[in-house]
Write a protein that binds this ligand. Structure first.
Ligand code: SAH
Length: 262
């Protein structure tokens, strides 16, 4: 069977500044005939869109855009589906593959699919805070739109109990305001109230804001749709306005023995 000439690029655009968009992402957009994505993300690559078919501004639903992108690629077009951060992290890569598989797609005979990785919110936000992810960490989304709260709650408890540094995606929206309060309560029952927390708004975007605080004071901060929180583990500390998680537990290594700046 001959391979369909269509191609689907699943493109990560990073947190929101051109400097954090990869060359491969740019090349994919250049090669694409059709670009599908939400307006805010397309603005980043505006100057590359001339002469291309653009789909997205009219479609508010992410899944709708995803279906449209797959359909066009299967019809033989070269399509770039654009997603912020990393397309595979709470992004469109999963749903895109699901749509393709549902239509009988096989990697050998179907359209070519390329997933282009990018800088996700947790690494972007961590870089602004300092080095909070130097030890084991996990990411949990507080959005219960597509996941039952009982599942999210179970994961929060497991992460808190196992002393993972924990990045919280989708902490709050206009309608969802309780989840972050419940998450705070769960962490307070396993960690001390003064455990460091980075609250990062709009990382690498115009309204970027970093606040270093602690679990007790999480809800005094401005938290919204563009916020990611990073909750430290039992060893994480803030010094010189920088949040740091040591590479190991304090009884396992002594930095003064290992590194000398003399
Ligand atoms: N695919 C994206 C995540 C989409 S889920 C990625 O890999 O980053 C949307 C959530 O991501 C937001 O609610 C917020 O928690 C986080 N987020 C995305 N961009 C962000 C940014 N620039 N600064 C802070 N948080 C961000």
């Amino acid at each position: 069977m001959t391979q369909n000439s269509g191609k689907l690029f699943l493109v990560s655009t990073g947190p929101g500044h051109k400097d954090y968009l990869t060359n491969r992402a740019l090349a994919a957009i250049a090669e694409a005939e059709v670009v599908v994505g939400y307006k805010t993300y397309l603005n980043l690559v505006e100057d590359m869109l001339k002469g291309k078919e653009i789909i997205g501004s009219g479609m508010r639903q992410e899944l709708e855009r995803c279906g449209a992108a797959c359909k066009l690629a299967m019809a033989g077009r070269k399509v770039a589906l654009i997603s912020s951060g990393d397309v595979g992290i709470y992004g469109m890569a999963g749903p895109a593959y699901e749509v393709l598989l549902h239509s009988g797609w096989q990697p050998q005979t179907g359209i070519e699919v390329e997933v282009i990785p990018g800088v996700t919110a947790l690494s972007a936000c961590a870089s602004l805070a300092g080095a909070p992810l130097t030890h084991d960490f996990c990411a949990i989304s507080l959005s219960d739109l597509m996941t039952p709260w009982s599942v999210i709650e179970k994961r929060l408890k497991a992460a808190a109990q196992a002393d993972f540094v924990t990045a919280l995606y989708n902490p709050k929206s206009g309608k969802r305001t309780q989840q972050i309060i419940e998450a705070q309560q769960i962490f307070l029952s396993y960690r001390t109230p003064l455990t460091p927390v980075a609250v990062v708004n709009a990382a690498y975007r115009e309204k970027e804001q970093l606040t270093l605080t602690n679990i007790k004071d999480i809800n005094k901060q401005k938290i919204g749709m563009q916020t990611t929180l990073i909750i430290g583990n039992s060893q994480t500390f803030i010094k010189a306005n920088t949040m740091i998680t040591p590479r190991g537990y304090t009884d396992k290594y002594d930095i003064n023995e290992k590194v000398s700046l003399d």
